[in-house]
Design a protein around this ligand. Structure first.
Ligand SMILES: Cc1cc2nc3c(=O)[nH]c(=O)nc-3n(C[C@H](O)[C@H](O)[C@H](O)COP(=O)(O)OP(=O)(O)OC[C@H]3O[C@@H](n4cnc5c(N)ncnc54)[C@H](O)[C@@H]3O)c2cc1C
Length: 341
C-alpha cells in the first residue's frame, strides 16, 4: 500500500529517541541511507538505563518459533542477514538445546515445534562442544543461529552510526515538549519509557546471572529445556557466561532467591564445573511488550514509534529498521507489523 501525500520527504532529517538495540539499528540504517540522523539517549555510553544492556543477545529465529508467532521467525531470518552484512564478525556458531531425562517429553515437543535443527547423538555433541562430553544423550543443533554480546555490540553499532555520518547525544533525555518541537522524521524507540504515549506497553522481567570460570568452554548458547522458562547458558568473552533468563509478569528489577536458584541450577545441570564458577553479577531487565507480545511500528505521518520488542529485540531490530526505511523510501507497508494512524 502506498500512502502518497502522507509520506515524509525522503531527504528529511531523522531524530531517533533511545539508543537501545531498536534505536541503534534505526539510526544506523537511516544514516547509511543518507539521512542526517541524530540519536538521543538519556543514559551515558554505558547504556545502563536500557533493557538492551541486560539482554542475552541470542539471534535465534528457529528456537523462538517454539513459543512465538510466525512473524517473529520471518523477521528474525531477515535480520540474521542484516547482522551478517553489517557486523560480519558476529558469531554464527548455531545453538544447542538439551534436556534432563525427566524433561524428555518437553524436549521432543520443542523438536516438533521448531525447524532448522539436526539431532546430535552424544558423540556428535562431544565433537561440537567438547566440554559437554558425557553430559547428555542427545541434543538439537540449530546451525543457522547466532549470538551477540549486547554490552559489546551496542557500542559497535553506535560507532558505525557515527561513521555513517550520524550524531549521538548521550545524557540527552527528551521530554514530550522537546519531542513535539522536533522537525523532520522522529523515530521513538524509548522502550518501556514510551508508556506515556503507548499505555498498553508492559514490562516483563527477565533475571540473569553472570558467572566466570575457565573450567568450561562453550562456543555457542546452550538452552536447557525447563518446565517454566527457556533457561540458557551463553558464552561471553573473558571466560564469562550469562545464565538467563526468567520471564515474570512483574516490573521490579530485583532478583529473587528462587530465580537465582533456578538459573544456577540450570548451569550446574549443563556442566557441574559451573559449581566452582565465580558469580560476577546478578541483574534483571524489563522487556517492553504489548499485550500480544508482538513488535509494532506505529506511524503517524512523519512520527514513528518502534516498540514491543519483548524478548526478541536483538533478533528483530535490524529487520524493523529496514521496514521503517522502506516505508519512508517507497511507502511500503508491512501489514503484520505496521499500524498507520
Ligand atoms: C534478561 C533478558 C534477556 C534477553 N535476551 C534476549 C535475547 O537473547 N535475544 C533477543 O533478541 N532479545 C533478548 N531480550 C530482549 C531485548 O533485550 C529487548 O527486546 C530489547 O532490549 C528492547 O530494546 P529497545 O531498544 O526497544 O529498548 P531499550 O533497550 O530499553 O532502549 C530504550 C532506550 O531509550 C532510552 N530512553 C528512554 N526515554 C528516553 C528519552 N525521553 N530520551 C532519550 N532516551 C530515552 C532508554 O534510556 C533506553 O536506552 C532479553 C531481555 C532480557 C531482559
Amino acid at each position: 500500500m502506498y500512502q502518497g501525500s502522507k509520506l515524509p520527504r525522503g531527504d528529511s532529517p531523522v531524530s531517533v529517541i533511545g539508543a537501545g538495540i531498536a534505536g541503534a539499528w534505526q539510526a544506523l540504517l537511516f544514516a547509511q541511507a543518507g539521512h542526517c540522523v541524530t540519536l538521543h539517549e538519556r543514559s551515558d555510553q554505558a547504556m545502563m538505563l536500557s533493557t538492551s544492556h541486560w539482554a542475552g543477545g541470542m539471534l535465534a529465529p528457529y528456537c523462538e518459533a517454539e513459543a512465538s508467532e510466525p512473524v517473529i521467525s520471518r523477521l528474525g531470518l531477515r535480520a540474521l542477514d542484516l547482522w551478517r552484512q553489517e557486523l560480519p564478525d558476529t558469531p554464527f556458531n548455531g545453538s544447542l538445546v538439551v534436556a534432563h531425562s525427566r524433561d524428555r517429553t518437553d524436549f521432543e515437543r520443542f523438536a516438533r515445534l521448531t525447524s532448522g535443527h539436526q539431532r546430535l547423538d552424544a558423540s556428535a555433541l562431544a565433537e561440537l562442544e567438547p566440554s559437554l562430553e558425557g553430559r547428555f544423550r542427545d541434543a538439537l543443533f540449530f546451525a543457522g543461529e547466532g549470538h551477540v554480546e549486547p554490552r559489546r555490540v551496542l557500542p559497535k553499532l553506535h560507532e558505525r552510526i557515527v561513521a555513517a555520518g550520524g550524531t549521538i547525544k548521550f545524557n540527552s533525555e527528551l521530554r514530550a515538549s522537546d519531542r513535539d518541537g522536533i522537525e523532520g522524521i522522529v523515530i521513538d524507540c524509548r522502550g518501556l519509557c514510551a508508556r506515556d504515549e503507548q499505555p498498553e506497553l508492559r514490562g516483563v522481567k527477565g533475571e540473569l546471572i553472570l558467572i566466570e570460570t575457565s573450567e568450561v568452554q562453550l562456543a555457542r548458547p546452550v538452552r536447557l529445556i525447563h518446565p517454566r522458562w527457556p533457561l540458557y547458558v551463553i558464552p561471553r568473552e573473558d571466560n564469562l557466561f550469562m545464565l538467563g533468563a526468567t520471564s515474570i509478569e512483574a516490573e521490579d528489577t530485583g532478583v529473587s532467591v528462587r530465580s537465582a536458584l533456578e538459573l544456577l541450577g540450570a548451569a550446574y545441570a549443563v556442566h557441574p564445573a559451573f559449581a566452582e564458577a565465580r558469580i560476577v553479577e546478578f541483574g534483571s531487565g524489563l522487556r517492553p511488550a504489548f499485550p500480544d507480545n508482538l513488535p509494532r511500528i506505529a506511524i503517524d505521518e512523519n512520527r514513528f514509534a518502534v516498540n514491543g520488542l519483548y524478548r526478541h529485540g536483538f533478533l528483530l531490530a535490524p529487520a524493523l529498521a529496514e521496514l521503517t526505511l522502506a516505508y519512508v523510501q517507497h511507502g511500503r507497508i508491512d501489514n503484520e507489523v505496521m499500524q498507520c494512524a
